[in-house]
Design a protein around this ligand. Structure first.
Ligand SMILES: CC(C)(COP(=O)(O)OP(=O)(O)OC[C@H]1O[C@@H](n2cnc3c(N)ncnc32)[C@H](O)[C@@H]1OP(=O)(O)O)[C@@H](O)C(=O)NCCC(=O)NCCS
Length: 319
């Protein structure tokens, strides 16, 4: 698919090192890392013993780290303790955690020894992201991390779906931030003019309830905070079909032309993107986490090799 080929080509040009902590734990991740190295798409760091990896990994583009004998474990433990002591972490706990691949990866990122991380083929989303939320944290001007997917299909316009993986029950303020971050993503990564639809089961006041109020308020906040084209609340048919949008009173360019769909909660977002992937024939790239100080991305545990490679490439584009 052209859009995926473009993403790969652009990723290849970025000189960066991505940590792949599950390469020695999962065959799909191993194969994805091998293909990344064979095709010189990225420099990588993997964990394990030399004997666990074949010749593709034994190049100057790949560092194989045996965590159990890593020289800076004590330093990492002290650093983690300093970051988390106010939250009740003891030095003993920090010492234990930095020996785990998830926290160890975060300490590599923190020390600028790597530029990004992709994991989650064998770990749950919560387990993959909690260390990043605690250690890497969000960029200064960004209050939240949000998990989006890029939905692509041959001969169809790409769309961003948000939030599909992280924020269970977003407030109006959260929804506004999700909308703005998603708009920034589609503009920066795909070079498209963002047209953001704030989704609901109601269009322009056709229904009244707290759930609708939440999306209406989010739309107002998002429009106060940014100059992006953001409109709502609207049903998904108004977002995707011009004539329905006109009938239902959506007059902006978002009606029928939306390329960013912001879902009202994680149930809707997660179900929505999987329906479109399974029944609509779209490929979902992601989930892609936006706003971390350094990019950390979470794989679905159902990911195949190609999806893992795509996520590694997108991670490089977020650096
Ligand atoms: C990601 C998740 C695990 C975080 O929740 P948690 O483990 O209970 O952790 P907490 O709420 O204690 O948060 C831990 C830290 O992350 C921060 N945090 C949590 N969510 C955040 C977000 N979206 N953006 C920025 N920071 C966030 C908290 O402020 C907290 O920081 P602190 O400890 O420095 O004060 C939780 O939001 C979650 O389970 N989401 C659903 C994920 C999921 O299952 N998705 C499946 C679909 S793929």
């Amino acid at each position: 698919m052209k859009i995926i080929d473009d993403i790969k080509k652009r990723a290849k040009k970025i000189n960066a090192t991505i940590v792949i902590p599950e390469a020695n734990l999962d065959k799909r991740v191993y194969e994805a890392a091998k293909q990344i190295l064979d095709n010189k798409i990225s420099k990588l760091i993997v964990f394990g013993k030399n004997s666990e990896f074949d010749d593709s990994f034994k190049t100057k583009d790949c560092q194989i780290i045996d965590i159990t004998t890593y020289k800076d474990l004590d330093k990492f433990a002290k650093d983690l303790y300093e970051i988390r002591k106010a939250k009740g972490m003891s030095i003993e706990e920090a010492n234990r955690l930095v020996r785990r691949p998830d926290y160890f990866s975060m300490m590599l990122l923190k020390d600028d020894l790597a530029d990004g991380m992709v994991a989650g083929a064998t770990w749950s989303t919560a387990d993959t992201l909690r260390p990043a939320l605690q250690v890497i944290k969000t960029k200064k001007d960004k209050p939240i991390v949000t998990g989006i997917t890029l939905m692509v299909k041959e001969n169809a316009d790409p769309k961003v779906f948000a939030d599909v993986s992280l924020i269970e029950n977003p407030t109006s303020e959260n929804l506004a931030d999700i909308a703005i971050s998603s708009a920034e993503f589609i503009e920066k990564v795909l070079g498209l003019e963002p047209k953001v639809a704030m989704l609901s089961y109601s269009t322009k006041g056709s229904a009244k309830s707290e759930m609708v109020d939440k999306v209406q308020i989010a739309t107002e906040i998002a429009n106060k905070k940014s100059n992006y084209l953001i409109d709502g609340e609207m049903q998904v048919d108004s977002a995707l079909d011009k004539s329905t949008a006109v009938k239902k009173g959506v007059t902006s360019k978002v009606g029928g032309e939306a390329n960013v769909l912001v879902f009202p909660d994680l149930n809707a977002g997660n179900i929505g993107y999987k329906l479109v992937a399974r029944m609509g024939g779209y490929t979902a790239i992601g989930p892609i986490m936006l706003n971390f100080n350094k990019p950390v991305n979470d794989l679905s545990r159902g990911s195949n090799v190609e999806e893992i490679i795509n996520t590694i490439c997108i991670t490089k584009l977020l650096i």
